[in-house]
Design a binder for this molecule. Structure first.
Ligand code: RAM
Length: 356
């Protein structure tokens, strides 16, 4: 869409927003909120009518990762609901600066909403800032940038909640004591680094005094590298009791390695995985339990947050509310963060109820 077309359409959207607000008896937000953020109330999903034709682009950490296929699929479903136009672009490797050229292109194409999971908190900031100056609304989801480089971050769950969940899972599986290693994604990943830091904090609590993290290995969200790193961990630390891999790529590769090795059933493995990738390893006894949120819901919520920003319903300020289709109403928290909800734990008992 050209700059002119966008200006005209954004103007129309703003007028429509005002009309709907007036018709529904909505009010202009109070002090602390943006004066341009007019909220329509009384209708199930007023934004849907206001964002028709919106160009929404999803830019994942990497395109060939089943987790992002599902997450971005949720974004596509949401975009179709509000009759926007959806596309997914992105690198095949999750390296720090691999997303920059994609953001620049999306900005040149006058994309209305860019939804991205950052491979690095800093590397894409400049490109995102330029895109915002050119008129795009930027939503990060899954893995954040620095807050000043985006409008809203849609977090899958609180980082503290994820860290606690991971520690509880591994502790239960190794009997509360022993050496563990972490198999992470890329060394720069905002999300994994935050979780690992908080896992270390959690492990400093007296009830976890017997558990020691011996090292953090990086599989770069690459299947082969994650597989080899797992092998390396088991060779380097013969007394390892468990591995925590808070990445869907890492935990699936580690499970595949363990499942045919002498360590199967002896070294515990948990982390964040998709039920479809982990099912066979739960059934063959390699993995007892692991966790994840619903990636499709995460992408869906992120797309609706983008639509709410583009329609002027929200600006990203704390306390603002927006409708996210079938997921209902969400409120923006501090630093422009929206939280999807707590993660689910999967094991033999429930894994067959999930298909993603
Ligand atoms: C991988 C990615 C993603 C993370 C999940 C758990 O797919 O690193 O960012 O949220 O794992």
């Amino acid at each position: 869409m050209s700059q002119h077309q966008r200006t005209v359409r954004v103007g129309l959207i703003a007028v429509l927003a005002l009309l709907v607000t007036a018709a529904c008896g909505g009010t202009t937000r109070g002090s602390g909120d943006s004066p341009t953020s007019n909220r329509a109330t009384g209708s199930a999903n007023p934004d849907a009518a206001l964002v028709e034709g919106l160009d929404v682009a999803f830019l994942p950490k990497q395109v060939n990762n089943p987790y992002f296929t599902v997450a971005d699929g949720g974004g596509k479903a949401a975009t179709e609901e509000f009759k926007g136009s959806y596309k997914e672009v992105g690198p095949s490797e999750a390296s720090a600066s691999s997303q920059v050229s994609y953001i620049n292109t999306l900005s040149q194409q006058q994309t209305d909403v860019i939804v991205t999971s950052a491979n690095d908190p800093n590397a894409i900031c400049g490109a995102l800032t330029s895109a915002r100056q050119a008129g795009a609304k930027v939503v990060t989801f899954d893995s954040d940038t620095k807050p000043e480089c985006r409008d809203v971050f849609v977090n899958q769950a609180t980082a503290e909640g994820i860290a606690k969940n991971q520690v509880e899972l591994i502790s239960a599986q190794i009997g509360g004591a022993g050496k563990i290693a972490i198999l992470s994604a890329t060394p720069n990943a905002t999300n994994q680094n935050a979780w690992i830091e908080l896992m270390r904090e959690e492990l400093r609590k007296p009830e976890h005094a017997g558990i020691e993290i011996v090292t953090v290995a990086y599989g770069n969200d690459d299947d082969q590298k994650s597989f080899q790193e797992t092998q390396g961990l088991l060779r380097s630390y013969p007394d390892l009791k468990g591995i925590v891999s808070p990445t869907t790529v890492g935990v699936a590769a580690a499970a595949r390695y363990l499942s045919t090795s002498e360590y199967k059933g002896k070294v515990a493995l948990t982390g964040l995985g998709t039920p479809n990738q982990m099912r066979e390893f739960v059934k063959d006894g390699t993995v007892e339990a692991f966790a994840l949120w619903n990636p499709a819901d995460l992408g869906y919520l992120a797309a609706y947050a983008g639509a709410a920003l583009a329609s002027g319903r929200i600006t990203g300020a704390a306390g603002e509310e927006f409708e996210a289709g079938k997921l209902g109403e969400y409120t923006i928290g501090a630093d422009g963060v929206v939280v999807l909800g707590p993660p689910t734990v999967f094991d033999q008992g429930n894994i067959d109820q999930f298909d993603f």
